[in-house]
Ligand binder design. Structure first.
Ligand code: FAD
Length: 625
């Protein structure tokens, strides 16, 4: 029982023998059972490594299962002009050219193979009339590119991966939360976790660890993320000495539910707009036509003619302005609300009812139909939805090598949403699911290569294990202290108020001060004494990751003095040329968290040529390999 450990060990005199703790040994331990984690585990197990996955919740309940719209890959099934170079170019443009060039290249090149592989493993995607995998339009993608299964794509992906994983002899340890990574002379040697049901600790000995824990949306009040997304991977990596990058880029998805209050933030897929839905203000105006900046139109449209049709407000333009990138649409909704043209509950109207027949809506968007029917008593085939921005996704995350996904800590790898670099300043819809599969596989390869080159034995030191246990059990042993739920609420309210969709230096400074004060409260949280079935204790343990996440975002946002992609500074309008020259990297130092600008390498010429090419050059195959 954790309480005993806590009672018998005092700071500086950890003499306990932890050899009676349950110990499980694997070559590789994957933390997180979403798309990235399972795909990484499959790669490790296929290479003959003993592989385990731990997951905070039940297998199959990760964020990946919630993904609705689809997975982006240039299969060219709906428009044969599509190819990896155009996907790469769209991704770089969406990310405001701050993406790691090599990651965006690997992603665009390998995504089609990962989708076909899923199909071979049993995923059943929607089909075109010719029987090919169907693809739909999504914001920022030049051609219909998202392979999908209605609006339940994530469910099909996770079902397929899970089946494959279970039949590959991978050990899955469910409802088991990782607390901290253990190092032996700077190299990964294991991880301490606890079973959520019993509260008992479990030591995983492993030669390599792959973090695939998803994002940290629960640091905000209004979010599409579920309870698991408390930035655990970010916190664990940071404490182990790994670096975080691009943390200032947090994506606010433009369309979350705004009513009723209990479901505020739940996602309304971009698929609604991809399949023809339009945004209206309270005056019935399709306001997105007023938010296409000239520079944006010329950058995003592929021909001058298209750019001028947009700017002239041509309602029949091939790509509707509702499908501009998420940052642009989210800010437009915010402005409409501020101008007093919002919907009754502080959002905008999303109307597909008057644009598509009821049967089409029910067939293409069944989850949305049921979601609104059940949660808001609205029939979306007859009336518009009310939607508004919701914190959705972390572009930033753990800094990794683009090819191997290894961090600067030997043996520590990261992939999926918890890793940074791939999406730059803004992610295009559909590019996360493909990211999970591409980089999940590469992380598995990276870990296998690392293990093959390892020599000597690794140990999990008593002292390190003892320190993690003591930190965790102190919460149970405090006679009184702060309520972890109230502390979490306070953290969410700070982030919602001071580190929101648009930011100023003054607000960020104020937010940072408040987070510093909150750190003191987090050190004093307490939960009732038994570790068994103790949600208060679970919540308290999450706080130390949430605060790392929140502080990292705020510090990075303060340093980036420009507006780029998802990061908007009211006091520094527009993109600055210098902004492209660095990434902001977060590290743990003896004096606390440091955030600094780290110079970016110049892109290889062949990739720069593709990134900045015109569409005609790419379609004609004149540029790039
Ligand atoms: P997740 O799927 O989030 O899995 C994380 C795993 O880590 C979970 O198993 C969790 O239990 C585990 N975990 C966390 N902390 C710990 C810990 N301490 N110990 C042990 N385990 C831990 N993207 C697209 O590309 N297309 C879409 O259509 C799309 N739709 C979306 C719809 C919604 C509603 C949401 C929320 C997201 C959507 N996204 C979409 C984004 C995409 O789904 C996520 O970015 C992606 O699934 C993240 O996958 P992941 O494998 O990195 O992490």
């Amino acid at each position: 029982c954790p309480r005993e450990f806590g009672q018998t060990s005092a700071p500086g005199e950890i003499k306990m023998d932890y050899s009676d703790i349950q110990t499980i040994e694997h070559d590789v331990l994957v933390v997180g059972a979403g798309g990235a984690g399972i795909r990484a585990a499959i790669e490790c197990a296929s290479g003959g490594l003993s592989t385990g996955i731990i997951s905070k919740s039940l297998l199959g309940k990760a964020h990946t299962v919630m993904a609705e719209g689809g997975i982006a890959a240039s299969l060219g099934n709906v428009d044969s002009r599509d190819n990896w170079k155009i996907h790469f170019r769209d991704t770089m443009r969406g990310g405001k050219f701050l993406n790691q060039w090599r990651m965006a290249e690997l992603h665009a090149k390998q995504a089609p193979d990962r989708v076909r592989e899923l199909e071979e493993w049993g995923a059943v995607f929607d089909r075109t009339d010719k029987g090919l995998i169907n693809q739909r339009n999504f914001g920022g993608h030049r051609y219909p590119r998202l392979a999908h299964v209605g609006d339940r794509t994530g469910l099909e992906i996770i079902r397929t991966l899970q089946d494959f994983c279970v039949h590959h002899g991978i050990s899955t340890h469910m409802e088991c939360t990782g607390l901290d990574i253990i190092l032996d002379e700077g190299k990964v040697s294991g991880l301490l976790a606890y079973w959520r049901e019993t509260g008992r600790f479990v030591l995983f000995k492993a030669k390599a660890i792959i973090l695939a824990t998803g994002g940290g949306g629960k640091a905000w009040k209004v979010t599409s993320n579920s309870w698991e997304y408390t930035g655990d991977g970010l916190g664990m990596a940071y404490r182990a000495g790994a670096e975080l990058m691009d943390m200032e880029f947090t994506q606010f998805h433009p369309t979350g539910m705004v009513w009723p209050p209990s479901v505020k933030g739940i996602l309304v897929t971009e698929g609604v707009r991809g399949d023809g839905g339009v945004l209206l203000n309270s005056e019935g105006e399709r306001f997105m036509f007023n938010y296409i900046p000239e520079k944006f139109a010329s950058e995003t449209a592929d021909t001058e003619e298209e750019a001028s049709r947009w700017l002239d407000g041509d309602r029949e333009a091939r790509r509707p302005p509702e499908l501009l990138t998420r940052d642009v649409v989210a800010r437009a909704i915010k402005k409409e609300v501020e101008a007093g043209r919002g919907s009754p509950n502080g959002g905008a109207f999303l109307d597909i009812a008057s644009r598509r027949p009821a049967e089409f809506i029910k067939k293409k968007l069944p989850s949305m139909y049921h979601q609104f029917k059940e949660l808001a008593e609205i029939d979306i085939t007859e009336e518009p939805m009310e939607v508004g921005p919701t914190l959705h996704y972390f572009m930033g995350g753990i800094r990794v090598n683009s090819d191997s996904q290894q961090t600067n800590v030997p043996g520590l790898f990261a992939c999926g949403e918890c890793a940074g670099g791939m999406h730059g300043a803004n992610r295009l819809g559909g590019n996360s699911l493909s990211d999970l599969l591409v980089f999940g596989k590469l992380a598995g390869d990276g870990a296998a290569n690392y293990i093959n080159s390892l020599t000597g034995q690794l140990k999990c030191g008593n002292e390190e294990v003892g320190k993690i246990i003591k930190d965790a059990t102190d919460i149970l042993n405090r006679e009184e202290g702060k309520n972890p739920y109230l502390v979490h609420e306070e953290l969410q309210s700070i982030m919602q108020t001071f580190v929101s969709i648009v930011r100023t230096g003054e607000e960020l400074e104020a937010g940072l001060d408040k987070l510093q004060e909150l750190k003191a409260d987090i050190k004093k949280v307490s939960a009732h004494a038994s570790a068994q079935y103790n949600p208060g204790w679970n919540e308290a343990l999450d706080l130390k990751n949430l605060i790392v996440t929140a502080e990292a975002v705020t510090r990075a946002a303060l340093i980036r003095q420009e507006s780029r992609g998802a990061h908007t500074r009211l006091d520094f309008a527009g993109e600055h040329e210098e902004g492209l020259e660095y990434n902001i990297v977060i590290k743990r130092t003896d004096s606390g968290m440091s955030a600094e600008k780290v110079k970016r390498e110049n892109p290889p010429k062949e990739l720069a040529d593709i990134g900045f090419a015109s569409l005609a050059e790419l379609e004609g195959g004149e540029i790039g390999a």
